[in-house]
Design a protein around this ligand. Sequence first.
Ligand SMILES: Nc1ncnc2c1ncn2[C@@H]1O[C@H](COP(=O)(O)OP(=O)(O)OP(=O)(O)O)[C@@H](O)[C@H]1O
Ligand SMILES: [Mg+2]
Length: 618
Amino acid sequence: MLVVFALVFGTFFFRMRIEDDSRRADEEKLRVLSKQARRVRQFLEHGGIESAGADMIRQFGAMSEDPTLRIALLVSANGNVLAANPPELVALSAAEALRRSGESPALAAEIPDARKPGGTRASIESDRAIVLSPVQIPGRPVILAVRSVAETRAAVRRDVSSQTAALALIFLALIAALWTWLEVALNRRIRRLVDAAARFAVDDLEARARLGGNDELALAGRAFDAMADSVAQTRMRLLESEARVRLLLDSTAEGLCGLDLSGRITFCNPAALRLLHVAHPGQLLGSAFYDLLRLPGSEQTLDKAWVDLALQTRARVEQELSLPCPDGTVLAVHHSGGPVLLQGVLVGRVVTLTDLTGKKRAEEELRKSQAQLRMADRLATVGTLSAGVAHEINNPLAYTLANLGYVAERLRELPGTPDCAEVVTAVEEATEGAERVRRIVKDMKTLSRVDDETIGAVDVERALDASVNMALHELRHKATVMKDYAGVGFARANEGRLVQVFLNLLVNAAQAIATNQPDHNEVRIATCLDAEGRVAVEISDTGAGIPEDVLPRIFDPFFTTKPLGVGTGLGLSICHSLITAVGGHIEVASKVGVGTRFLIILPSVAQEPAGAAVRPAA
Ligand SMILES: Nc1ncnc2c1ncn2[C@@H]1O[C@H](COP(=O)(O)OP(=O)(O)OP(=O)(O)O)[C@@H](O)[C@H]1O
Ligand SMILES: [Mg+2]
């Protein structure tokens, strides 16, 4: 734009200057020519016509020195040339002289008019300066001088051109300087401001213009920087608070979901992702939340009416629901949904899901341990009762045995009759029966020592015998009891509890044998010391055996395959806890149709400090 303006203005200026300067140069040429003609006239008027030729050459200059002189003539009244520059034109007619000099012969026609008073004429015609001046001597000859102004004009044009070129150069230099100033002082700084604003707009909170100077642009830059500082601080505070909120949401153990009014998920925290078995929030966002849940025990999706109510109510909805998992399991969850209100208008819901698995497991554990406690309490009661009964039996049994002994002694003193022999046999049998009752009572006392939980040296084989005695009524009809004792001595245990363990294993063995054919079945009780000197007790039977799928569960509390009223499923669980409580362990091997073998390992007393007798760990 500036350049176009400069071009138009330059052209106009150039033409004006050329016209002005050419006009001035023409006028100067004409003035000089007129002056030269006046001089020649003055010489002629004072000196006479004789020296006219020389005067014309002196005043107008030789043509060879000044080629701008085209012709200078002194023309007589009859039109002949009296003197001339160049001299060879003398004596020719004026018209002929003009023609030979290459000037217009028409000029000759103007000479008579010039001779009249006041006929002096000086003019520019085309590129010629023409002076016609009459000489005030007789005959009034006329001086006609023609000088070319073409060269002067060309010189003027050259001058003006070079001046214009210089001006153009200066102008261009000025434009270049202006552009540089604009670029350096304005454009670059404006660009910095614009760049900073653009970066700030795309969340580059560090973006600042940092413009120096005191002009308006610098003020605008500083205002922008101040605004950016303030926005960045506000933004940082917002981000920090958002991060805190997010941290809280991420740290919450409950699954948290935001729902829109149609029940679609708009937000979920990491706990919700874990609960719903999803890796990325993108897999959940937009999906219908209640399609993921079921009513407990149901495989159907939730009823639409239920979902609508849960979404539209302003009340909190608390409900236990189940969540089917991709692996086919079903998770029990507690659902708690509340309304999200924006200025009193319901805009969505926030829902928490709590995994109830742990809680349910704890409840189940509690229920089992309560049942175990009840059972233990019942066993303790039975034990106390047995102790009392045994004690009550003991006294009458003592004098029954004493009296039977006395009767047998007296009978032996009587003379031998067949009747008497029968009575002796009956008394002996009665004595034997009473002896058995005494042994059972003694064993029952061993089992029922409920308040004596001391752990110490226990004669393992004696405890086994006591257990067999008590289980004999179960075993006798089922199997032959084989004892294979290695004389292992003492183990570290509680005698009553150890008898309880053996008794349960023996009863289990008897119950595993279906038929009442004692000759065909066997319960074998063996003891030995293992490589580490621990006491090993093996109780095996030739019963039904335990199926493979049942085997891993037999030590679980309440696991039983026996009909209601026969087994509670606590026997082996109690055995396991009693044996492990004294530092031993129990294991089982079984084959269906062949039999079952239990192996109990007990720490030997030799491994304990001498005389050690400690209470079991609680
Ligand atoms: N010797 C065995 N032969 C075959 N199965 C056995 C044997 N011992 C235990 N079992 C199996 O293990 C289950 C659990 O035994 P456990 O002694 O714990 O309970 P129970 O005998 O059923 O009931 P409880 O002992 O409380 O009266 C039994 O129901 C039975 O299926
Ligand atoms: Mg049992």
